[in-house]
Design a protein around this ligand. Structure first.
Ligand SMILES: [Zn+2]
Length: 950
């Protein structure tokens, strides 16, 4: 006897389930058939004379639904067998879930009768289920009827009557059929054996699909990797451009918009077990919140765009051929690299779109056509935004196509390449131009007004790294810099960028500070502070000290939270003095990274360093992009156009880079003033004695007799520093010299010797017990180096010679007496015969260097300062001396005034954190008598092997 069951849900719920549009409702019924392994599904319907339908039937030859399961499925909505099984008995993937699909029949009509015939032992069983939309609580399930042997066949039949005309039309009208076909196409590609008929007309999937392409991607989430197939199907009919989320076999569970514009009819199918899992867990509807799916969506859009572009290009071939034959194709040369090729591809697509969608285009004569096409090709040279503008404003392409094109360009990797390429090309041009204006002497004399340079630089902060592309001018930052530079540090070098009309002369412009602030996201902010020095100044120890000290002050300003603010200080000068070399090249640091604090870094770089680094960075990308670049002149042109307002109009490129000064030996000795008629200039003379290390800096104005005097000074100097030289292994003219101590009471057996062996080991031979002592408390031992006799004043003179050879000619006259004293033409001079020595703990100068500094003010009325200070560095030694008083200082009444000796602190050369470790040792060099001196050097254990002879 038939029984009635209550479907057991609210009417609202069933309403919502059955509200599907006709196509979706029919699709659900078809999926149910396919889930039951149907090979053939027939949709039958009969139209009435009045334009309605008598009935709709969906009949399949699947395995049917068993009576038990039907009771389960129909008695409660959540009771589908599909919930636990994902494959039908013959291995096809299930589409529907929880039986919802069965109710979709109610969207097509009020009465739905299901008839299931299935194999039950040797024969078939059959039953019906009848649902009345208006009486859901009275859903009737018939008794199970056993068919006779050889009677009936398995299958499922859905008969719908009391038809909902609107939905039925939607489902059955031939013009809507493509939409239905689209839904099944991907599945059909996986399982091409099934057939669907509409009143005996078979759906012909193969003729619907024009082309298809697929790719596989994987997405990682935690430790799991999910595999996705992205399939793009191109149809032979206009479609609604959707993306289908499918299981691995291509059965769509959910559809959404394709999300890209495409002027050719495509759909995307994303297939994966991952999607199936979400469907099973009933959370597929939340796909927009699913990170994995979002990644896949992105890839799918990208794939679809590339597909569209490629196909459009193929379609454009014929038309492009025509343009070429007419001679109005704007590219005359064949593409010789990938960029050029891509550009032409985009051009071809755009041209085709114009041809197809701009009705007036085809009516125009070839000259006009050519004009438009040239315009497009030129826009492509610049960037895709330009093209968009041209499409909008010049070529009145219908909006839809315009948007399609713009979208295609904006989102494909191709347009990225074109834009990147343009950007790189512009940047390299910029760098070439910049290099010219900074290093071309003739050129920068004319127009290197630094305020112009500033204006330019602050707009091009990518120069300092790509992370510095988008910065902002921050008021707090400006105020902090202002107060520190001007008020606290008494420096005038805070300068706001000057208006471009101001054309004041270079000399009157102080050093300038530029700043930009960069967001580091949640990490806070980074402030980039750039100090630009006047071009005549090269960075040295002094400048380093300044920037380090204000870096540490500014970076601890309370207006910026310390844990949320990073600072980068950058000192840029035209060149960097050699004395800074070791600071620039530090272990485990980037070149130029001279120091770092808790929240700041200080860099010192020359323009050359910055330009070559930026060039390298961009050349690399350029190489990747395989494009040609213009030479310097075009670089200048680029700067000229881009920064027209900042550059003088009469700027002309100069080519004096080709000329270099020729070193001609002087015919007058700088030291004794004798000409080549009175003396000879045969020796090759070094500016720095080779005993402190090999070097190739020569003086050109030192005569042979002066050279002989200086050699005598050098031998005293050599004795004085010998223990260091041997210990450090500094190679002089020939080899590393050995140290040999003086004897005690002429006893040869008291000598201590120190040799530097080839394998970089030192061999110390101590014969006198007085020459060493071991201190077990702090694990050190001291060695007493008994030096041979030397003359201290000669050491001072040796250093003075270096200082005077560095003295610029303009100061020569005021220091004439120093030269006379140096060459023994006068006996007395007013000087400070001391050297101030620092042993560095961390830095090591592998090549020696010397530099001469001049006091900014020699006297300020109360205090006098020696005019010149020489710094000499080699190995781990730094020596400083003041040059003898210049005439000017001697004139002043310095007896009544204070003399102040401003030395560079030892830590300047060393690790700033180690400032306690390196101190300045003052050596009295005033004696003109030969003296002996013992030099005690401490070692910690492990630095040497001790082998004591008995
Ligand atoms: Zn001379």
């Amino acid at each position: 006897m038939a029984k009635f069951i209550d479907i057991g849900v609210e009417k609202d719920h069933i309403e919502s389930l059955t509200k599907a549009n006709g196509i979706n409702a029919l699709a659900e019924l078809l999926w149910n058939s396919l889930d039951a392994d149907a090979g053939e599904v027939r949709i039958e319907y009969k139209s009435t004379a009045l334009g309605g339908y008598d009935y709709i039937k969906v009949v399949d030859d699947g395995h049917g639904l068993t009576y038990e399961k039907a009771q389960d499925v129909f008695s409660r909505l959540g009771g589908s067998e599909k919930k636990t099984q994902t494959q039908s008995p013959t291995g096809r993937q299930y589409h529907g879930k929880e039986g919802k699909g069965r109710y979709k029949g109610l969207a097509l009509g009020d009465f739905v009768k299901f008839t299931s015939t299935y194999k039950n032992n040797d024969s078939f069983s059959e039953f019906t289920v009848t649902i009345d939309r208006n009486q859901l609580s009275k859903t009737e399930i018939s008794d199970l009827r056993q068919l006779k042997k050889n009677e009936g066949k398995a299958g499922f039949k859905v008969e719908i009557s009391n038809i909902n005309l609107k939905n039925a039309d939607n489902a059955l009208k031939t013009e809507n059929r493509n939409e239905l076909e689209e839904k099944f196409a991907s599945y059909w590609i996986s399982y091409p054996k099934f057939k669907i008929f509409f009143n005996n007309n078979e759906l012909r999937f193969s003729s619907l699909i024009k082309n298809s392409e697929q790719k596989e991607i994987t997405v990682e989430q935690g430790e799991l990797t999910y595999r996705f197939i992205i399939k793009v199907l191109e149809w032979n009919f206009e479609n609604k451009k959707k993306t289908y989320l499918c299981n691995a076999q291509g059965i769509p569970f959910l559809e959404t918009n394709l999300g890209i514009r495409s002027s050719i009819p495509i759909s995307a199918f994303i297939q994966s077990v991952y999607i199936e899992k979400l469907q099973r867990d009933n959370i597929l509807d939340l796909y927009e919140a699913d990170e994995v799916l979002q990644t896949v969506f992105k890839a799918s859009k990208e794939f679809a765009r590339e597909y569209t572009r490629k196909r459009l290009h193929e379609y454009s071939k014929e038309f492009i051929q025509e343009l070429k034959q007419k001679g109005i194709y704007p590219y005359k040369e064949p593409a010789d690299n990938i960029i050029e090729e891509s550009k032409r591809q985009v051009f071809d697509i755009v041209a085709l779109q114009i041809h197809e969608y701009l009705p007036t285009f085809n009516d125009q004569d070839d000259r006009n056509k050519k004009f438009i096409l040239t315009l497009v090709s030129e826009a492509l040279e610049n960037d895709s935004k330009n093209l968009r503008k041209i499409l909008n404003e010049v070529i009145e392409l219908p909006e839809e196509q315009r948007e399609d094109l713009a979208d295609l360009l904006e989102s494909t990797s191709l347009s990225n390449i074109i834009d990147t390429m343009t950007e790189i090309k512009n940047r390299l041009n910029f760098l070439n131009g910049l290099e010219q204006i900074i290093y071309d002497k003739e050129l920068n004399k004319h127009f290197l007004e630094r305020k112009h340079l500033h204006k330019i630089i602050i707009e091009e902060t990518w120069l300092f790294g790509d992370e510095y592309t988008y910065g902002v001018d921050d008021v707090t930052l400006k105020n902090v810099l202002k107060s520190y530079l001007k008020d606290c540090l008494k420096r005038d070098d805070f300068e706001e960028i000057i208006s471009s009309e101001d054309n004041s002369n270079l000399e009157t412009i102080p050093d300038v500070c530029l700043w930009q602030q960069y967001s580091l996201g949640t990490l806070g902010k980074e402030n980039l502070v750039i100090e630009l020095k006047k071009p005549s100044l090269n960075a040295g120890i002094l400048e380093m000290g300044q920037i380090m000290s204000y870096a540490s002050k500014i970076s601890s300003d309370k207006r910026f939270p310390k844990d949320k603010t990073r600072w980068k200080f950058l000192l840029i000068t035209k060149d960097v003095k050699e004395e800074l070399e070791p600071q620039l090249k530090q272990k485990n640091r980037k070149f130029g990274h001279v120091t770092e604090g808790e929240n700041f870094d200080v860099y010192i770089l020359s323009w050359g360093d910055i330009i070559s680094e930026a060039k390298q960075r961009h050349e690399f990308i350029k190489e990747k992009l395989n494009l040609n670049l213009q030479d310097n002149e075009e670089g200048l042109d680029y700067l000229k156009t881009k920064y027209k307002q900042y550059l003088p109009t009469d700027l002309k490129p100069q080519y004096s880079n080709n000329y270099k000064p020729i070193n001609i030996k002087s015919k007058v000795c700088k030291y004794c003033e004798k000409s080549d008629k009175e003396t000879t200039f045969k020796q090759q003379t070094h500016l720095l004695p080779e005993l402190i290390g090999e070097n190739n800096i020569y003086t050109q104005d030192e005569c042979d007799s002066c050279n002989a005097i200086f050699s005598d000074y050098e031998s005293s100097f050599s004795i004085y520093i010998r223990p260091y030289i041997t210990l450090l292994g500094i190679k002089g003219k020939k080899k590393i010299p050995a140290f040999q101590s003086r004897t005690i009471d002429r006893n040869e057996k008291t000598r201590t010797t120190l040799k530097h062996l080839d394998n970089n080991q030192k061999q110390l031979h101590i014969q006198s017990l007085e020459d060493y002592s071991i201190n077990t408390d702090d694990k050190t031992f001291d060695i007493n180096f008994r030096k041979s006799p030397f003359t201290p004043l000669k050491i001072y003179k040796c250093l003075l010679k270096i200082g005077l050879s560095l003295l610029p000619n303009e100061y020569y006259n005021f220091n004439k007496q120093s030269f006379e004293w140096l060459t023994n033409r006068t006996d007395y001079i007013n000087c400070i015969p001391y050297s101030y020595n620092t042993t560095l703990l961390r830095k090591y100068f592998s090549t020696p260097f010397a530099d001469l500094y001049r006091a900014k003010n020699i006297s300020d009325g109360l205090i006098d300062y020696p005019e010149h200070l020489l710094i000499l560095a080699f190995g781990n030694q730094v020596m400083q001396i003041f040059l003898p008083f210049s005439e000017e200082l001697r004139k002043s009444d310095y007896n009544n005034r204070q003399l102040e000796l401003n030395l560079f602190p030892g830590f300047m050369y060393d690790d700033i954190e180690n400032l306690n470790g390196s101190s300045i040792h003052i050596c009295d060099l005033s004696s003109s008598e030969s003296i002996t001196e013992n030099h005690k050097i401490s070692f910690s254990y492990g630095e040497a092997e001790i082998n004591i002879q008995h």
